[in-house]
Design a protein around this ligand. Structure first.
Ligand SMILES: Cc1cc2nc3c(=O)[nH]c(=O)nc-3n(C[C@H](O)[C@H](O)[C@H](O)COP(=O)(O)OP(=O)(O)OC[C@H]3O[C@@H](n4cnc5c(N)ncnc54)[C@H](O)[C@@H]3O)c2cc1C
Length: 346
């Protein structure tokens, strides 16, 4: 950003670039610029055999394909090279806040508007307790709200008109959208993801965020067990969906939204309560989702079946064959593991 350039990263600025990239990676710039891996030019890695290897479209292209979503299964990455795009450094972006009672209506409007929004517009609706931020009226601090994080990642002359429909929904209690550095916007939620909390996350994808899904989410948001928990939905589509389906081991290109249910709390004695809330919320919306799993939103070790589900059978099989080639002894197994396929000639 010192040079007015950017590539898609996460919506929390401290999210590690390595893990994020190796799982696909998406954020506020993805509708305009695609997944993080769509912007990946090359990777250097140390393989299980202890060799330093380069992977790119021209050099070890199969391995390069596997690294664009296959996680840390193929080696220790020592460098990533990304395409960069002009952005800002100042952009029109910020939060619009609604009273929680209005959330079902506002979310329906958001999903309808995002269907035809330009790629430059990105929206992250978040159901959460209001932080004591100066732009939110004090009467709402600590109460449930719906916050829409909005950004226009394009020509500033078009920004006001492009964000106007989303800002015009209903009767917001706060609108802090304005010209600000992209880095300030991208770090807006950093404080709510600070270190030290206990976390349990679940995720889903939606082809469309239906009214039934919105109602289920709002119902479970109302029962949120911790003031630190959040339910966030990031708009996808745009450039992500234009890449060929299997250009990377990321089989969710047609999803319009990704959901992240984040339970966060401090005291271990409360584990069951908050984990139960996250699971119940996840189960309640499951009927309305694609059934897909983002490999980077799997919490810890949920088993090999869930890893296979994250990729789908065909992509998983191709990754397993690649793993058999580059890490036949499964040296790199402390990850969302893909077991090496044993070749017929082995
Ligand atoms: C607060 C928060 C916000 C997030 N927001 C987003 C988001 O907006 N978009 C999104 O796509 N994801 C998001 N995620 C998910 C994120 O992509 C994963 O948690 C990711 O694993 C983080 O990367 P990391 O480098 O910190 O990984 P780590 O936790 O350090 O490692 C996870 C795995 O990545 C692999 N890995 C890491 N580094 C290397 C390396 N150098 N070489 C080889 N393998 C390696 C290993 O398999 C390792 O087990 C978020 C996560 C958090 C905690």
């Amino acid at each position: 950003q010192v040079h007015g350039l950017a590539t898609p990263g996460g919506f929390i600025s401290s999210t590690g670039v390595a893990g994020l990239t190796l799982g696909g990676g998406f954020g506020y710039l993805s509708r305009k610029r695609g997944l993080t891996v769509d912007n990946l030019c090359s990777v250097d890695l140390v393989t299980a055999a202890g060799e330093l290897v380069r992977a790119s479209a021209d050099c070890n292209p199969d391995l390069f394909w596997g690294l664009k979503g296959g996680g840390g299964n193929f080696g220790v990455i020592t460098s990533f090279e990304f395409d960069l795009h002009a952005l800002g450094p100042d952009v029109l972006a910020g939060p619009v806040v609604h009273a929680f009672d209005d959330a079902p209506h506002v979310l329906r409007e958001v999903t309808s508007l995002m269907r035809d929004a330009p790629d430059e517009v990105s929206c992250l609706p978040v159901l959460r307790h209001a932080p004591p931020a100066p732009f939110i009226p004090e009467a709402y601090h600590g109460r449930m709200i719906l916050l829409l994080a909005l950004i226009y990642a394009g020509d500033p002359d078009d920004a006001e008109a492009a964000l106007a429909p989303l800002r015009g929904i209903g009767d917001p209690i706060a609108d802090a959208v304005g010209i600000k550095p992209y880095t300030a916007f991208q770090s807006m939620f950093d404080a709510s993801a600070n270190a030290g909390a206990r976390n349990y996350w679940k995720g889903h994808y939606f082809d469309a965020l239906s009214g039934e899904a919105v109602d289920a989410l709002c119902e479970h948001a109302a029962r949120m067990t911790s003031k630190e928990s959040v339910i966030g939905m990031l708009s996808l589509g745009g450039e992500i969906a234009r890449w060929p389906a299997e250009s990377a081991p990321y089989p969710h290109r047609n999803a319009a939204w990704v959901l992240n249910i984040q339970a966060r709390w401090r005291d271990a004695v409360e584990d069951t309560r908050h984990i139960t809330w996250a699971r119940e919320t996840f189960n309640a919306v499951a009927p309305f989702t694609t059934g897909g799993v983002y490999i980077n939103f799997i919490s810890g070790d949920e088993g090999t079946a869930r890893v296979r589900a994250a990729y789908g059978g065909r992509i998983h099989d191709r990754l397993a064959a690649l793993k058999g080639e580059w890490d036949p002894d499964n040296v790199f197994h402390l990850n969302q593991n893909i077991a090496p396929a044993v070749s017929a000639t082995a």
